[in-house]
Design a binder for this molecule. Structure first.
Ligand SMILES: [Zn+2]
Length: 699
């Protein structure tokens, strides 16, 4: 793609999709490194084309949204993300650690050898010859903020988008090493930040127990930790070996003057702080500490994916300030992903809910970074055949980058290897024997080829997958309709499409006759199905399995159109006009609802009594019934963040000023909207005033 604007649109779409996979489905498809590379490409393009920045660009927000079931958790001070540096496999000028050197000193410029760069440029002549750093392991867990009042643990939440996360207090209470009361803490409110993660030995033990009970193994400690912490019911968290490590403070009544003292304070209060944290005089010592942590990595009881280097002196931190949304005084330095060799036993072709066929490598079990790996992603045909050229029985290099499904990155050359046959994609669906179809959306990108089984309502993998998705917790939440029962219903020809579920009441006798089923289970299932008719519109949209529509897009659609009929009637421009919905998504939504089978299915669901309940206007918040318009650049919050805060508090954010506007929130370089507000006599407030109002102090 040579057109930079089209490339930007593609990057925004891809990055948002990966964000959703990562944050909402806990199932990332690409490594952090690959994600960061795409992210930086987008940042560079946006810097070169500032007028064409797309509103839903992920560079404008820190992360993903909130699951509706958990209460929102508002961070008093935004939880920022750190700037990243990378262990360079192919360094340009400074060796593997050049990102660290560049961070402190800037890139060397042979033309101006004496020029100060990096942190030193911002510190000017006052900087000491050796800056003191704290070097800490970068724990690969779930970022959490804890709130203590007068020394007692009162609440905790996930990071979310940095401004609003999810309240997960009930699960955090079950973590043994998380202090419920601080030893000798000062009175008042304290917020402590850190990571929740699995103890690896405990993780392996838990997997062995799950296997013994015939349950599926958890593949990945980070995702399992996130999944556990976001459960509504804390009985699972209680039995899982999670731990909390403290690493920074949010609010503190009397903050110490050095970060190292803060960590000592945390320990004194009863928190676990990683023993690998080291105070270092000067960059050389800091780099040595980064190497020491990397050397210790494979023997640690928990997962890390890098080291964080922070300026120790808090006064110096304040002098250095921020780069966009990250502190300038800290750098997260990421190690190369852990790799190991093993043998490829076979390749399994799995058929997804949408019919897409993907190859999964079946491996001789291998330990990578403390976790046993049996399956690894081969991504797609292009990767498997053209890039890797995998053959039956190959020795392969697998890589595990923290939170991503392990992947096969290379085949190892061995004598006789080329005599063995290549792995090939099947010509027919492994589940239903229907011939597979290939679709290439972009001729210049052969890796984007999709191989699908087109037998949507006849292929057991798609029928079962579609029904499971429909009944899942975030969608229609039909309790008891799990994997086994779905398979039974499909096998007994009791259900093929979601609407068939609502006809089960009339086929009760057949239901009761299912193996290991009875009157009581049948009644419970029918009750759960009946109850699902009252699900809100956004969950119904998610349940339908519209391509590219995840939780947040479903929510936007519901909020904007307010009825399923309005969505069915919306053309592409109308869909594209919805906030945070890109043209590609709008086109995919329209395509889905133009399909006659899908339209018939929506009609069948409506006829069965599924109500697609429109969203209600939130009530009870401090801002209920008030309309706000945002203009200009706010000093600390992004516009999307402020919008979200206002909406969480029950307010509405509108794009233009009218007599109906209650307040205009103006930041720097506010334009015509501010003039309009003055003209109409609409009150104008600043960010601080807005935040006070959200807290219920103002207006
Ligand atoms: Zn099939």
């Amino acid at each position: 793609m040579s057109d930079p604007i089209a490339r930007m649109a593609w990057l925004v779409h891809e990055l948002n999709r990966h964000n959703r996979l990562y944050h909402e489905a806990n199932a990332p498809e690409i490594t952090d490194l690959a994600y960061d590379a795409l992210f930086r490409e987008l940042q560079a393009l946006e810097a070169a084309h500032p007028h064409d920045v797309i509103a839903e660009s992920p560079t404008r927000s820190v992360g993903a949204g909130v699951v509706p079931e958990l209460k929102p958790f508002v961070h008093e001070r935004p939880m920022l993300s750190l700037q990243n540096g990378y262990h360079k496999a192919e360094p340009a000028w400074g060796g593997p650690w050049e990102d660290l050197i560049e961070w402190e000193r800037g890139k060397p410029d042979p033309e101006k050898p004496g020029r100060l760069g990096g942190l030193r440029r911002h510190l000017g002549g006052e900087a000491p010859e050796r800056i003191t750093y704290m070097v800490e392991p970068k724990l690969d867990g779930l970022a959490i903020e804890l709130v203590y009042e007068n020394g007692a643990f009162v609440a905790g939440g996930t990071r979310g988008d940095g401004t609003v996360g999810e309240d997960v207090t009930h699960n955090l209470r079950t973590i043994q090493n998380l202090p419920k009361r601080l030893a000798g803490a000062p009175p008042g409110r304290i917020t402590v930040r850190g990571e929740v993660l699995f103890d690896l030995a405990g993780f392996e033990r838990m997997n062995a127990e799950r296997e013994a009970r015939g349950e599926r193994r958890f593949e990945n400690p980070r995702n399992s930790a996130a999944g556990t912490i976001r459960q509504l019911d804390s009985s699972q968290a209680k039995d899982r070996p999670l731990q909390f490590f403290a690493h920074s403070a949010g609010e503190l009544p009397d903050p110490p003057s050095h970060h190292s003292e803060l960590l000592a304070q945390f320990r004194a209060w009863g928190f676990t702080v990683s023993p690998l944290c080291q105070r270092c005089e000067g960059l050389d010592a800091a780099i040595q500490a980064v190497r020491d942590i990397e050397a210790a990595r494979s023997n640690l009881a928990y997962e890390i994916d890098g080291a964080v280097v922070k300026v120790d002196d808090v006064a110096m931190q304040e002098q250095l300030g921020f780069v966009t949304r990250s502190p300038r005084w800290a750098l997260a330095f990421k190690y190369l992903p852990a790799q190991v060799q093993t043998r490829l036993a076979s390749v399994l072709f799995s058929v997804g809910r949408t019919g897409q066929v993907t190859p999964v490598a079946q491996l001789e079990p291998a330990r990578v970074g403390g976790v046993t790996v049996r399956n690894a992603s081969l991504h797609n045909e292009h990767q498997m055949v053209r890039i890797l050229g995998l053959r039956v029985g190959d020795r392969v290099v697998i890589q595990r980058a923290g939170d991503v499904i392990p992947e096969v990155v290379a085949g190892v050359d061995e004598p006789g290897r080329l005599d063995r046959p290549l792995f090939a994609y099947p010509a027919v669906c492994p589940e239903c024997q229907h011939p597979l179809v290939r679709a290439l959306s972009d001729e210049s990108r052969p890796e984007m080829v999709q191989i699908r089984c087109p037998n949507t309502f006849g292929c057991p993998a798609q029928v079962g997958g579609g029904l499971r998705h429909f009944a899942s917790r975030l969608a229609m939440d039909i309790e008891g309709l799990g994997e086994k029962l779905v398979d039974q219903l499909v096998a007994a020809k009791l259900a093929r499409k979601p609407s068939d579920l609502y006809a089960l009441a009339a086929r009760r006798a057949e239901l009761v006759a299912l193996d290991r089923f009875g009157e009581t289970s049948a009644q419970n299932l029918l009750n759960a199905i009946e109850g699902s008719k009252q699900r809100p519109l956004e969950r119904c949209l998610l349940a339908l399995g519209v391509p590219m529509v995840g939780e947040s897009t479903a929510k936007e659609l519901a909020r904007h159109f307010r009825s399923i009929d309005a969505i069915l009637a919306a053309d592409i421009p109308a869909l594209d006009a919805v906030p945070n919905i890109a043209l590609t998504t709008a086109t995919a939504i329209r395509g889905f609802f133009d399909d006659s089978e899908n339209r018939a299915e929506v009609a069948a669901l409506q006829a069965a009594g599924v109500r697609f309940v429109p969203p209600s206007v939130p009530t009870g918040g401090a801002l209920t019934g008030k309309t706000f318009v945002l203009t200009g650049t706010l000093p600390t919050l992004g516009r999307d963040q402020m919008k979200q805060k206002i909406e969480v508090a029950g307010g509405k954010v509108s794009g233009s000023v009218s007599k109906k506007t209650d307040f205009v929130v103006a930041g720097a370089e506010a334009g015509s909207k501010l003039d309009k507000a003055v003209e109409l006599g609409v009150p104008v407030i600043d960010e601080a005033g807005m935040l006070a109002m959200i807290e219920g102090e103002g207006a």
